[in-house]
Design a binder for this molecule. Sequence first.
Ligand code: TPP
Ligand code: MG
Length: 341
Amino acid sequence: MSTGNPVVTPESAVASEAVAIPHDVLLGIYRRATLIRVADERFQKMISSGQLQILYYSPRGQEILSAALMSTLNQSDYLVTTYRGIHDQLAKGIPSRLLWAEFAGKATGTCKGKGGPMHITHPASGVMVTTGIVGAGLPIANGLALASQLEGDGKVTVVCFGDGSTNIGAFHEAMNLAQIWLLPVIFVCQNNLYGEHTPQAMSTGAKELIDRAVGYGIKGVQVNGNDAFAMHAAAAEAVARARAGRGPTFIEAKTFRFLGHLLGDDSHYIPETEMAAAKAADPLPAYRRALVARGIEESVLNAIDAEIGAEIDDAAQYALDSPYPELGEIRLDVLKAEIAV
Ligand SMILES: Cc1ncc(C[n+]2csc(CCOP(=O)(O)OP(=O)(O)O)c2C)c(N)n1
Ligand SMILES: [Mg+2]
């Protein structure tokens, strides 16, 4: 069966040359991507063992994309993301303990355990909204960007979404409005080639999603999101553009998800050759090799790995040990609508 999707090759994993990215930024990308990878593995383990009872949408395979993207932002910049969002949330800087506690529904979580994995929000890290409604993040991101524009606070808003989201009306309305008002917003389509179980070619007339930018006169960039150097360069340019008041950018970042739509999905609808090719080009080990080839000592990377392992051990235990919210909390922090009956 052919899905019409392009096949990834190992060579394409880290194709671009390192432009002058400082070592601390390169290591920051590695640190973020490793944090995502280790957290993802631990989530899978704890869900399989029954320690956590949640629906889990793994970002495995998309770590480098987020790590490189978020390395171009300030903590105060805004992020809007989706249910498949732990890579974005961790890379943006939500403290591990708070993220884990929220996933476990505990009172110590980012939303006091009342939001759960679908609604991770942590304004102190700039993570303003996580939504399970496909495409819903884009107009919200426009609102945040409009506020920044009006207040002149210099912040940039990034909104992440999938390929499937580009078929939702809100995507088109948001792209159009952002360009008309030259909003400081960056639309990042994490194109993993599938929306639930449907390949892009079976749900989308346009062969290349990047072509959609043309229809709105918006600056469009297509990039290999699994290549940290290319992704960092594309994101840095879009951030500079937004901060300079020159308006939005649509980035189509090509990537792949290794574990299907949600944990438990056997990915039977993905041709084995397509999955095998993507896994052979696993972006995080490829990035690690690229760093070593550029002279970064293995011992430095090993030390980061060890540090991350300890951080995740601590965060997982913190989540397990924390209390559930009190019953009296149930009506607090909820938007109340007065409805006349
Ligand atoms: C408005 C809306 N329609 C349908 C769904 C059901 N749904 C959940 S995830 C998903 C696929 C989205 O695919 P994509 O945007 O490519 O994101 P990915 O899961 O690949 O990251 C769909 C259709 C939904 N949550 N919201
Ligand atoms: Mg998708």
